[in-house]
Design a protein around this ligand. Sequence first.
Ligand SMILES: Nc1nc2c(c(=O)[nH]1)N[C@H]1C(S)=C(S)[C@@H](COP(=O)(O)OP(=O)(O)OC[C@H]3O[C@@H](n4cnc5c(N)ncnc54)[C@H](O)[C@@H]3O)O[C@H]1N2
Ligand code: MOO
Ligand SMILES: [Mg+2]
Length: 427
Amino acid sequence: MEIRKPIWVRDAVAKMMEYKKRGETELVSIDECDGRFLSEPIIADHDVPPFNRSPYDGFALRSSDTENASRDNPQRLQVVDEIGAGQVSGKTVGPMEAIRIMTGAQIPGGADCVVMLELVNELKENGESFIEIKRVMKKWDNISFQGEDAKKGTPLIDKGVRINPGIKALLATFGYSKVPVAKKPLIGVLATGSELLGPEDDLVPGKIRNSNGYMIESQILRAGAQYKRYEQCADDLEKLRDTIMQATEECDAVITTGGVSVGDYDHLPEIYEQIGARLLFNKIAMRPGSVTSCAERDGKLLFGLSGNPSACYVGFELFAGPYIKYWLHSDRPYLRTIRGTLKSDFPKPNPFSRFVRSRILFEDGKVYAEPVGLDKSGVVTSLAWADCFIVLPGGTRGFQAGDHVDMMLLEDAEGSDKPWQEPRFSK
Ligand SMILES: Nc1nc2c(c(=O)[nH]1)N[C@H]1C(S)=C(S)[C@@H](COP(=O)(O)OP(=O)(O)OC[C@H]3O[C@@H](n4cnc5c(N)ncnc54)[C@H](O)[C@@H]3O)O[C@H]1N2
Ligand code: MOO
Ligand SMILES: [Mg+2]
């Protein structure tokens, strides 16, 4: 029987990333851009705001006219025009004059400050309008300056960033009615196993429902890609091979689940050979997911994820996820790792690096990680509660509550420019 030699997580990631690719750009309507990844950076092509404007409803005037203003000596200014947002006054504010101005309107020529409506007395005399002002105004009081938010030419958002509501606001600000985004890779998904039923099927002895296929599809969507589902397949070598071949032709990458270990019906290793795919690795020093495999055919990757649900989940996040994020032009395609405090004891030793499905807790300004569910690779329920992996490097013993540990974030938009790597002492 074949004995596989495990490789380090960092080496497996590096091997897989030798085949990384950037997706092409496509233009989508701004209405369709949510959740997509920018394929070009956003650079301010004009000043924001584009003109000096009023942050208040009030009066624009010359601060020098208020030099002697006080409670006992109100200064009277004549109101010579009024402007709402979107309008521009043709007038210039002269000595002892003011222009009534609304929030967002361009500051008229001559004026160098704005006084709020609430701070003046308004008077009418002979059909003419005046204000009395009782306070000294300083030059540039209450002006929102052209370019104070962003100066023309400033890089604002990197390419490869997922469009969120704030970024969408910037896209609109800078006139992107069409947005350059990375084309989503199409990932073929194939769940293998003669024991698998569909979610619509009743349970029968010896069988289980296919959960990995749906989970992987959801992980693909969370990573920002799209999937094509291939009909779940019994462990029949020829049929599996033909379906995988077809998926490799039709998709940018293929993810299978199950059939990668050493069992009698684990056909993936044989199929890689038969279709002429080059095996990059089939054993990694990690738990779960040690059988995670990856092969390459014509520059396309085939991810052979474990059939065990937790192992499948981890394999996707460590390998397929970064591959997809890079495709989407991210320079931070890896999961971000932070340090946190272990909430409960984890007594198991770690011969291989362990990715423990866990939950982030925030208490008293500290970040804690708490393992969820059974730490077994065949477990499915814990995945529903996990929003991070606690990463325990191989070669370490058990950990106690209060120890500091690495936490890999699963629901994080920022990512990391480096993958998690085994610390040197674990070698
Ligand atoms: N003699 C050895 N046996 C095993 C080894 C080993 O090194 N030597 N490795 C174990 C490890 S570790 C893992 S992980 C599993 C990997 O198994 P496979 O990837 O070959 O997956 P299967 O055998 O097809 O299934 C394993 C397990 O997962 C269930 N499964 C499969 N597909 C799905 C699905 N779509 N949804 C939900 N559950 C699924 C399947 O019923 C099995 O229970 O091998 C160990 N064995
Ligand atoms: O690959 Mo298995 O999940 O290590 O237990
Ligand atoms: Mg198996």
